[in-house]
Design a protein around this ligand. Structure first.
Ligand SMILES: [Zn+2]
Length: 324
């Protein structure tokens, strides 16, 4: 199960009522999905928090505690989280301290193999390409992952790969917060694509999407067979290079969309199938609340006699229709 951009609100910009409502909605949606669909692994593709980029240690601890409550899961379900710009800050706000506290809470795993499928989880905020300490370390880690993936494609024992831990011989699935470079959302379609007036707005490299250079590096080093990303809050399907598909996973929060969704995937070492699951539309939910409130008001405020005559006339109409 893949979801993205939950943006749990922080103490600075989040109103308590807004926070309470959004977290209750996401908790109900997530717990229902777990119960109904029984995923083995859940991946959250970054921006789990709104204010991890600047939150104080106390606020961070409170955010993490609420995250663990909303996204609680049975022990046999694995939950993996990728860092986003709202979790550790945009590149120039990112610090070793913020990256470390994120990794302390959610792990620093880059490569995860499960039932013959390799997943590479990239800190895409560190793919700026300017050689900063965090960026250099992130690139070195990815090169090591790339080496191990290349070794898995060789015959064990041959070449320079030695006798280390062998990965399943399968092209990886690349998971990150920023999408790989695309010029805009102009070619995106579907009920949860960006609104038409926003689709043609050009993407800024290193802000809306990765730079062209970083995207090429990731495609070349890792040679993924599928890419899943978040950040845009809207859906899109893109083909990169020689035909590597990328899916932008929309936001899971009703605060960001009227029709949030998540993706369910079935993966084998050679193949995959994806399907989109929509949560209820927020306007439908609000209309239902209003309808029920209106009905209750009529029932409570109408005088007893009038209510009885309304009920009787309704009953008579029903009987007449049944007689015909
Ligand atoms: Zn983001």
């Amino acid at each position: 199960m893949f979801l993205a951009d939950t943006h749990l609100l922080g103490e600075v910009q989040g109103h308590w009522l807004d926070r309470l409502r959004r977290e209750w909605q996401m908790e109900r949606a997530f717990q229902t999905a777990l119960w109904l669909l029984q995923p083995e692994v859940v991946f959250i593709l970054g921006d789990i928090f709104d204010e991890g980029k600047w939150s104080s240690p106390q606020a961070w601890a409170d955010d993490v505690r609420r995250f663990q409550k909303v996204f609680r899961h049975p022990a046999h379900v694995q939950l993996k989280v990728v860092a986003g710009n709202h979790d550790i800050g945009f590149h120039y706000w990112m610090s070793s301290y913020k990256v470390k506290r994120f990794e302390k809470a959610f792990g620093s795993e880059r490569l995860f193999s499960w039932k013959g499928v390799n997943f590479v989880m990239v800190n895409s905020v560190a793919m700026e390409g300017d050689g900063c300490n965090i960026c250099a370390a992130a690139e070195a880690e990815l090169l090591e992952v790339s080496r191990r993936l290349n070794c898995s494609r060789e015959v064990p024992g041959s070449g320079l790969c030695g006798v280390g831990q062998w990965l399943p011989p399968s092209a990886p699935v690349l998971l990150q917060h920023y999408p790989l470079y695309r010029a805009s959302d102009a070619n995106c379609s579907g009920p949860d694509a960006a609104p038409p007036e926003e689709r043609t707005v050009p993407f800024r490299e290193r802000y809306d999407a990765l730079s062209q250079e970083a995207s090429q590096k990731l495609l070349w080093w890792l040679q993924p067979r599928l890419v899943l990303s978040g950040h845009t809050h809207s859906a899109c399907e893109v083909l990169h290079g020689v035909g590597t598909p990328e899916l932008s996973v929309p936001s899971f929060s009703w605060r960001n969309r009227n029709n949030p969704s998540f993706v369910m995937a079935s993966l084998t070492s050679q193949d995959f199938a994806l399907s989109k699951c929509f949560l209820p539309r927020e306007d439908t939910v609000l209309a239902t609340y209003c309808g029920v409130a209106g009905l209750l008001a009529v029932l409570l405020l109408a005088p007893g006699e009038r209510l009885a005559s309304l009920f009787l006339s309704g009953w008579n109409t029903l009987r007449t229709h049944r007689a015909w």
